[in-house]
Design a protein around this ligand. Structure first.
Ligand SMILES: Cc1cc2nc3c(=O)[nH]c(=O)nc-3n(C[C@H](O)[C@H](O)[C@H](O)COP(=O)(O)O)c2cc1C
Ligand code: SF4
Ligand code: FES
Length: 472
């Protein structure tokens, strides 16, 4: 079990560990890993690239991340309206900004009316799979077996994604309040918030918010925080259950689905942090009001994590359906002076590349689907004409080879072969191997157990089709 997790070790370790991110965005920012440091996949600090995390293992555990050089961007805000405004450590501050009024309203109208509002809001999950949230809540509420569990998925390890960190660090009581509402609605007696190990500040603030909310009688259920240990796959919901149960974080076969057989074999509601925080306004203003923002099929606003070669990297909230061009140029300041846009990677390592000619794509689930792309986890990585896209594709291939849990053959072998073929292709320029790449992609897509293997070839396939990497 220990060997499964990158951050566990059977060897004695020093008092200090330096993790240097060399993932897509940090590689682009010139990250170099010094001798003795640990090479890390995305640390979820992409707006500060190149990013590092220093851990001190002493009497008490402490971790320090690359500091922010300027406050996080928080424009156009519904979900982000309290970011940088409330004191994240103070329940009084949260209450003075309307905090816990949604929970009060939920208690007044009762569980089935709350689920009714979430359903009429047509909220779709923000963790990547875009499943209708109301339907999931209703299934758990109706499940006969007991207890019911609630899990908040705060694993956020998709390269280029840092939205959940910002919500947890800057507005932790909102996450706790939203979990209380979800537990009330779906009849959950017990819950967990699973946060990645690389987010020590988020964890501290969430733990404080839970303690203060509990003391104030504002928790509707029993809630604990669980820390990940450096495995991207643990963001997949069933792998996450295994991880909470103290096992290797290997995904389970579905069906049965978590709403029936989830954590400890019981009905489980699992939702992403951003999904949950949306529920506050849905309960306060009603589902119909929520659905009046965005497009008919993608309601509400969406958080986008802008990083890479863009003038103002940061977290931006825009109504669903806003064009990528508007997000990039009107909100995030466009490119550095004198540079031209090469491509944008939408949705992180499991996403796809969008060319300059596709910049008017509406950022909605259906709009991106139409051009064969995906919103995924809200990662928007920008590459100008100076970016070496071969290095980017190789880094993506290495990411999947490293992060495959190894449980099923198509993914375990496919991610390795994919990386090897790309290396040969980019070094020897042997294009005969391209056909092999699409065979590998097909096998992984068709025969992998979980979304990691099923999407591991997406960005590489789209990069090879869209970019000039084979000729440059
Ligand atoms: C490989 C993989 C990694 C994932 N990582 C995350 C993650 O870090 N955070 C997250 O919320 N969902 C992640 N998901 C999606 C979850 O399995 C699940 O769909 C989600 O937590 C459900 O919440 P939602 O309905 O609110 O989106 C991942 C899925 C896969 C296949
Ligand atoms: S697809 Fe990959 S990550 Fe998913 S279960 Fe199979 S080996 Fe593990
Ligand atoms: S922090 Fe380095 S790529 Fe995200």
């Amino acid at each position: 079990m220990v060997s499964f997790y990158a951050r566990f070790t059977l060897q004695p370790r020093g008092a200090l560990a330096l993790h240097v991110c060399d993932d897509i965005v940090c590689q682009l920012a010139g990250s170099e890993v010094p001798e003795g440091a640990h090479r890390s996949p995305c640390l979820g600090l992409c707006e500060r690239a190149p990013a590092t995390l220093t851990e001190h293992f002493g009497e008490s555990y402490e971790a320090t991340a690359t500091p922010a050089f300027r406050p996080i961007q928080a424009k156009q805000s519904k979900l982000l309206r309290r970011v940088g405004v409330v004191d994240p450590d103070s329940i009084e501050s949260y209450r003075s900004h309307g905090g816990f009024s949604a929970l009060e309203r939920a208690r007044e109208i009762g569980p089935s009316a709350v689920i009714g509002e979430v359903t009429s809001a047509r909220l779709l999950g923000r963790g990547g799979a875009a499943f209708p949230t109301g339907r999931k809540w209703e299934s758990v509420a109706k499940a006969a077996a007991r207890p019911h569990y609630l899990v908040c998925n705060a694993d956020e390890s998709e390269p280029g994604t840092f939205k959940d960190r910002v919500l947890m660090e800057s507005d932790p009581f909102a996450v706790v309040e939203a979990m209380s509402i979800a537990a009330l609605a779906a009849g959950c007696e017990k819950g967990f918030l699973y946060v990645r190990a690389e987010y020590p500040l988020a964890r501290k603030r969430i733990e404080n918010a839970i303690a203060l909310s509990r003391a104030a009688g504002l928790l509707t259920f029993d809630l604990e925080v669980r820390r990940g240990a450096g495995a991207y796959i643990c963001g997949e919901e069933t792998a996450l259950f295994n991880s909470i149960e103290g096992k290797r974080g290997e995904p389970r076969n579905k069906p049965p689905f978590p709403v029936e057989v989830g954590l400890f074999g019981k009905p489980t509601l699992v939702d992403n942090v951003e999904t949950l925080v949306n529920v506050l306004d849905i309960v306060l203003d009603g589902g119909a009001a929520f659905a009046s923002t965005g497009t008919p099929d993608s309601t509400g606003t969406r958080l986008f994590c802008l990083s890479g070669q863009v003038l103002q990297p940061g977290l931006y909230e825009v109504p669903m359906g806003t064009s990528l061009r508007t997000l990039l140029f009107d909100h995030a300041g466009g490119l550095r002076p004198g540079r031209t846009l090469q491509t944008v990677l939408l949705g992180g390592a499991a996403g796809s590349f969008v060319t300059p000619s596709q910049l008017d794509v509406p950022l909605s689930f259906e709009g991106t689907r139409e051009i064969g792309a995906t919103l995924g986890s809200g990662a928007v990585i920008v590459f100008d004409d100076t970016a070496d896209m071969k290095q980017v594709l190789l880094r993506i291939a290495r990411f999947f080879r490293d992060e495959s849990c190894g449980q099923c053959v198509p993914c375990r072998v496919g991610t390795k072969r994919q990386e090897e073929v790309l290396e040969r292709l980019f070094v020897a320029g042997d294009t005969a191997d391209v056909a092999l790449l699409s065979d590998i992609a097909q096998a992984m897509r068709d025969a992998s157990i979980c979304g990691l293997g099923q999407t591991a070839a997406n960005a590489i396939g789209s990069g090879l089709t869209q970019l000039k990497v084979l000729h440059g």
